[in-house]
Design a protein around this ligand. Structure first.
Ligand SMILES: Cc1cc2nc3c(=O)[nH]c(=O)nc-3n(C[C@H](O)[C@H](O)[C@H](O)COP(=O)(O)O)c2cc1C
Length: 297
């Protein structure tokens, strides 16, 4: 196919400047541009070309505010002129299967679930990239999964659908700051997975984060709160003795590791398991049962 490589290089250069946008100008996205971006997304690859997804375009001001509230008060969602709610959608395919009296277990099959989520992300990422190439910023919102039940009500979702991710879109209010990523050598491997030493792992993550330690607060109450939250998280993975030894080490050094923060305070190891169970329950209410994976008569 005829293609101008220079145009491609320009696009790639722009894509390497991509960053999540959480501050939007009030400028609306022109209807024709939004439509072209969304149409571009529907050209994304899809397993078996089944396209088990739908995209709800939310522009209504009150609804955007409600979306923000339901997604842990992420205020910028209300500020973004457009929110795209990406549904894993095994409803539409199921309707046609019923019309044709065809067999249908996609909503309770793990394989259809995982490929369906991959399909959603192929479409979402195509839209994210298309928007960015048109000067529009965006940020993914994963908390929609926690709010499945309320979003189902707000957006009148049918069974066999689930809001797996949201993309808030709009023109950036200010220049975006590109975040540091893991070094190329720690992300792209030739031919097979290499043996990685602890030093290589640490040095790669140090490069990404700038530091691998965080200081404990000097305020005694905050300090104790941090240690107590960490204890609860550590106990998911280590014995009580190992947990106390690690906490003592943190106390002595007055520092905890970046990954104590990531998996002990931010994505809390125990809470993530609890939330996950709740999300599975909410999916069940939507008659999506990927881990059941057995036929129902
Ligand atoms: C599946 C997914 C869910 C995300 N959920 C949120 C979210 O709920 N809130 C938020 O502010 N950012 C969210 N993000 C954005 C990430 O925080 C962001 O991509 C990451 O910090 C890297 O920064 P960058 O996108 O600027 O490179 C999400 C990203 C992905 C891919």
């Amino acid at each position: 196919m005829d293609w101008n490589e220079d145009l491609g290089k320009l696009a790639l250069e722009r894509m390497q400047k991509r960053a999540s946008c959480r501050s939007f100008s009030p400028q609306d996205i022109p209807e024709d541009i939004l439509r072209t971006i969304l149409e571009t997304g529907t050209h994304a690859a899809s397993g078996g070309n089944l396209q088990p997804y739908s995209i709800l375009v939310v522009k209504d001001k009150e609804k955007r505010a409600k979306l923000a509230e339901l997604n842990m008060d992420q205020e910028f969602m209300a500020q973004a002129p457009v929110n795209l709610v990406f549904l894993l959608d095994w409803y539409k395919n199921g309707r046609l299967a019923k019309i044709q009296k065809a067999p249908y277990t996609a909503y309770e099959s793990y394989m259809h679930f995982i490929i369906g989520v991959e399909d959603v992300m192929c479409a979402a990422q195509t839209i994210e990239t298309a928007a960015w190439l048109m000067g529009i910023g965006s940020v993914y919102i994963g908390t929609s999964n926690y709010a499945g039940r309320q979003l189902t009500q707000l957006l009148e979702l049918p069974e066999h659908t689930y809001p797996v991710v949201i993309l808030s879109l709009g023109y950036p209010k200010r220049e975006l700051k590109v975040r540091e990523k893991l070094p190329y050598e720690m992300t792209v491997f030739d031919e097979s997975y290499p043996t990685l030493s602890d030093e290589e792992i640490e040095s790669a993550f140090l490069k990404k984060h700038g530091t691998l330690d965080r200081e404990l607060s000097k305020v005694p109450a905050v300090r104790e709160e941090t240690l107590s939250t960490l204890r609860q998280a550590l106990l998911t993975t280590y014995s009580p003795e190992e947990t106390e030894a690690t906490l003592n080490e943190i106390r002595e050094k007055n520092k905890y590791g970046e990954y104590h923060y990531r998996f002990g305070l931010h994505y809390h190891a125990a809470e993530m398991l609890e939330i996950g169970s709740d999300v599975l329950e909410q999916m069940k209410e939507q008659k999506l049962l990927p881990f059941q994976n057995k036929g129902q008569k």
